[in-house]
Design a protein around this ligand. Structure first.
Ligand code: ATP
Ligand code: MG
Ligand code: MG
Length: 553
């Protein structure tokens, strides 16, 4: 068993509960921006926020950080809700939107202006940024910094009324142009954007910046622990400065940062994932090769496997890259316990059992899951014509090859011993059929004379089966850190062989009627689940993971 790393956030929470801070309450939030589909990094944040609240009998809000109408859409809101729910978390009726607070945020901005703590700047963004200075050199004050309260109020109202064009004016907090923290140098808190918003339509043409919205929403929702990723550490003084201006009781939310999750062999930013979707490198956000929650779901990952993965990687303050093999290990571990075993042949080679009666169908008993005896057994039909895996046969085998070859005897799982007597080839010399005999005394897989065979093969009846398409996946990128190279675009590392489609596979009849997302272990081959592209009788399977575990414990 792997050791679960100690969670420093839980330590902080426990100390604060002990000290009675915020009435010893725990209230977290998960704050996605609806500008894309959630990925495995978000899953980490979801598990951390909901998991922390669950552990300390607290609550978690789902809050959409929808302050930038140019990038946000309702489709993304819906997918985010579906993904959080699927992971197994419930926000009850605590579904919020930063846009719900546009009125309150506007009023708060007006209060800052009245208090002499905010001003309208007529300079464009480029000029403002050129005046910011450097961490070691103070910035330059804007010529508009000392406007009167009345003039600021008038201009801000006119910004809201739509009198100015985008970029003509911004509202800035008046803090300290010499602060060693660049985020405190009069940050922009409102900008003009004449884009309709997916929820508020064209009610607003000025929008608050993320930093101006986030902490205030936390405050108004009574959030106690605002957990975010490390890049926001430098924003914390600003978060606290706004809260200072708002506070009217002892209650105070606390921002806590942790290292974002990065995984090997993939990229993990919505902007880059969107690029893959738009440029059709993948079939969509839920392409089974994507590190999105919807992609992992479609690939056959279970909610428990993702939650376990999230627990295992722990919570740290140091950025790092997690080996994707650990994620694969988690799904294997979960499916090993729960997935139904079946036999399927992906690259079929026909076997004719010449001494087996034509037209006879015999039911062989097979174990559904050796890890779970309650799963019971099923019947698998055995017939004169069967398929085995092409690479389980070699006409001229090397010494250590124990599977089928002319003259050798092997076991067919749950069935009989067979011996290969003859090979049938097509005009190109390709083996298209094998003619074998079986030993009727070996029914169930053992011969009464104690004869040993060195290999057990999986098989499917050539007449009693379900035909299916199987999709095999490999990593989407050939490089461990595709976006970790200067001057090289991450898309240059796309793996051209990340998808392999096998159109003519045969699976035992048990899978007939299986529904999208149902998971199976195909014996000896790996874990597979039913893809959404399956339709009616036609089943499509995705390989979720191979059986071989590459995770080094
Ligand atoms: P991206 O760059 O992928 O778009 P983001 O941080 O801009 O990520 P948000 O929608 O703002 O995306 O994120 C919602 C929450 O999920 C935030 O609290 C954010 O810190 C957290 N989060 C995002 N990416 C990761 C990650 N890779 N690991 C852990 N938490 C993450
Ligand atoms: Mg964000
Ligand atoms: Mg983002």
């Amino acid at each position: 068993e792997m050791v679960v790393k100690k969670n420093f956030i839980h330590q902080i929470v426990e100390e604060e509960i002990k000290a009675g801070k915020n009435g010893a309450r725990v209230h977290t939030r998960f704050p996605p921006e609806p500008n894309g589909y959630l990925h495995i990094g978000h899953a980490k944040s979801i598990c951390l926020n909901f998991g922390t609240a669950q552990k300390y009998n607290g609550l978690t809000n789902l809050r959409f950080d929808d302050t930038n109408p140019t990038k946000e859409e309702t489709e993304y809101v819906d997918s985010i809700k579906e993904d959080v729910r699927w992971l197994g978390f419930d926000w009850g009726d605590r579904e919020f939107y930063a846009s719900d607070y546009f009125g309150k945020l506007f009023d708060f901005a007006v209060k800052l202006i009245r208090d002499g703590k905010a001003y309208v700047d007529d300079q464009d963004a480029e000029t403002i940024s050129s005046q910011k200075g450097t961490p070691t050199r103070p910035g330059m004050e804007s010529p508009f910094r000392n406007r009167s309260v009345e003039e600021n109020l008038d201009l801000f109202m006119r910004m809201k009324a739509g009198e100015f064009n985008e970029g003509d004016r911004v509202l800035r907090a008046k803090i300290d142009m010499a602060s060693p923290n660049m985020h405190m140098r009069d940050p922009i808190i409102y900008r003009i954007m004449k884009t309709p918003h997916h929820r508020t339509g064209d009610e607003w043409c000025i929008y608050p910046m993320y930093d101006f919205a986030h902490g205030q929403c936390d405050y108004w929702e009574g959030i106690t622990h605002s957990i975010c990723t490390l890049e926001f550490e430098v924003h914390r003084p600003l978060y606290d400065w706004f809260i200072d201006q708002l506070m009217d009781s002892d209650y105070r939310p606390r921002q806590i940062e942790f290292a974002r999750l990065n995984l090997t062999y993939t990229v993990m930013s919505k902007r880059k994932l969107l690029e893959l979707v738009k440029d059709k490198h993948v079939t969509g956000w839920d392409d089974p090769r994507m590190p999105t929650i919807s992609g992992l779901r479609r690939r056959g990952y279970t909610p428990a496997s993702i939650r376990n993965f999230s627990d295992r990687i722990g919570v740290t303050k140091v950025d790092g890259v997690i080996d994707v093999a650990l994620l694969e290990h988690s799904v294997r571990e979960d499916l090993n316990k729960h997935a139904q075993r079946v036999m399927g042949v992906l690259d079929p080679l026909k076997v004719v059992i010449t001494n087996y009666p034509e037209g006879q169908v015999e039911e062989m008993e097979a174990i559904n899951n050796p890890e779970n005896h309650e799963a019971g057994t099923r019947q698998v039909p055995f017939t004169r014509e069967l398929y085995i895996e092409r690479d389980d046969f070699m006409e001229n085998p090397p010494k250590k090859f124990f599977r089928l070859s002319p003259g050798t005897e092997v076991r067919l799982r749950y069935a009989y011993f067979i011996t290969c007597n003859e090979v049938v080839k097509d005009e190109t010399g390709k083996v298209i059929e094998m003619r074998c005999t079986y030993d009727p005394a070996s029914r169930g897989g053992n011969s009464p004379d104690g004869r040993k065979v060195k290999a057990t093969l999986h098989w499917v009846s050539a007449t009693e089966n379900v035909k299916a398409e199987v999709r095999l996946y490999d990593r989407l990128f050939t490089d461990e850190e595709p976006d970790g190279h200067k001057d090289v675009d991450f898309k240059d590392f796309m793996n051209p062989d990340s998808l392999q489609v096998l159109p003519d596979c045969y699976i035992e009849p048990f899978v007939k009627g299986a529904k999208p997302l149902d998971s199976f272990q195909f014996e000896r081959l790996g874990y597979f689940n039913v893809d959404l592209d399956s339709c009616g009788e036609k089943l499509v399977f995705n390989r979720t993971a191979q059986l071989r575990d590459t995770w080094a414990k």
